[in-house]
Structure formats: structure tokens, C-alpha cells
Unconditional design. Structure first.
Length: 216
């Protein structure tokens, strides 16, 4: 992700917190001349099993999607409903998935950024500007801005967070059918007491991240 040009105002953390406008950062990018703005977020950095999933979303200008917010603050049912809404209303959306094997071979940060990159390059049309959740930029020649807690500040990033979360949850539900002893249908791979107990009793499955504390 390349640096934004000089005519794009810098967004400070304090300035972000002072506005309730969920399209503040999108608006600033549009004032700088960018039309197609993608929000990018990931799900699954913390779990002990399964892939990390990222999503990228370009919303039409003026499309509010008022019920969409940080996926962690939505109920499972609300996320499922929002998933369909976002896919229907977005100009473009895409998913990137990096496996637990690749996570072990690199690290979770590199894997998360790679999942984001895969999601972005799959967008059609390609974005002109990126709003990325977090503090680490994606290695692409597209101008952009990293936003700490961006899924709470930008509706476009919130939409990406919903797609990533729901898509990953569906993956873990499918994995539960093959490896039911770990309770993936409930914990989605996170290190709950039940999951840790199952690991001690049965050992790791092929889906587990062997480099993560608590797996071995």
C-alpha cells in the first residue's frame, strides 16, 4: 500500500473520535479525488485453529447500510443478514483466505496481511484508495490509510469485517463436521476452556496452528 499523496489530509486519532460520521474517512478520500474506496478487514488472528480470512468491500457513494457496524458488536443473526445485504449492495466485494499451514510457516501478521492482499486484488473493479483496519499497511501499489479500530470508525471497513467474520465462521462450522470433538461450531477455533481440554485429550488436528501457544 503506497503512501497517500500530499493533497490528502492526515486523519488523526483524536479527529476520528470527534466525529460520529461513519463515512468521514471515505469523504476525506473522495475530497482528495478518489472515487472507488475499499474497506479492508480480517477475522481470525487469535484462534488456535483454522485459517485467517480477510474481506475487501467497495460501497456505492451514498449507500448507508445503517445496520452494519463492527462485526464483533453484532449478533450472529444480524451478521448473517448483513452479509447478504453487503454482497447485494456493494459495488464489489471479495474474500482472501490464508490457511493454518501458511500461518505456521510465516506468522499470523504476515498471513493476515496476505489475506488482505488476496481480497483486494480479487476486487473488480479495483479500488483507487484503501481504508485498512489496524496499523499495518498492505503491500500493494494503491494509496491508502491504516485506521486503528477502523471497524468502529468506517462503515466500509465495518462491512469488510462482517464479510470476513461470517465467511470464516462458516468455514469453522464446516470443519466441525469433520472434527466435532473440538467444538468448532461454538468456539470457531478460539481457545476456550472446552477447546483447550479437547486439545489435551485428543491432541491437535490438521486444522490447528502448531506455532500457537496452547496447541501443543
Amino acid at each position: 500500500m503506497s503512501n497517500p499523496p500530499k493533497n490528502l489530509p492526515l486523519f488523526s486519532e483524536s479527529a476520528s473520535s470527534l466525529t460520529c460520521d461513519p463515512f468521514f474517512h471515505e469523504g476525506m478520500a473522495r475530497k482528495a479525488g478518489y472515487g472507488l474506496i475499499a474497506g479492508v478487514d480480517e477475522a481470525g488472528r487469535g484462534p488456535l485453529a483454522g485459517p485467517v480470512v480477510a474481506a475487501a468491500v467497495i460501497l456505492p457513494q451514498g449507500k448507508d447500510l445503517a445496520g452494519v457496524r463492527d462485526s464483533k458488536k453484532m449478533t450472529p443473526r444480524a451478521r448473517e443478514e448483513a452479509f447478504s445485504l453487503i454482497q447485494n449492495e456493494a459495488l464489489a466485494s471479495a474474500i482472501g483466505v490464508v490457511s493454518q499451514k501458511d500461518i505456521d510457516e510465516s506468522n499470523i501478521l504476515k498471513a493476515s496481511l496476505e489475506a488482505m492482499r488476496l481480497a483486494i486484488v480479487a476486487l473488480d473493479p479495483q479500488p483507487e484508495f484503501l481504508l485498512v483496519d489496524g496499523i499495518h499497511s498492505v503491500s500493494l501499489p494503491i494509496p491508502g490509510r491504516c485506521l486503528k479500530k477502523g471497524d468502529q470508525l468506517s462503515r466500509t471497513i465495518s462491512a469488510a469485517s462482517v464479510l470476513a467474520k461470517v465467511y470464516r465462521d462458516r468455514i469453522m462450522l464446516a470443519y466441525h463436521e469433520t472434527y466435532p470433538v473440538y467444538g468448532f461450531d461454538r468456539n470457531k477455533g478460539y481457545g476456550t476452556a472446552y477447546h483447550l481440554k479437547a486439545l489435551r485429550q485428543y491432541g491437535p488436528s490438521p486444522l490447528h496452528r502448531l506455532t500457537f501457544k496452547g496447541v501443543l
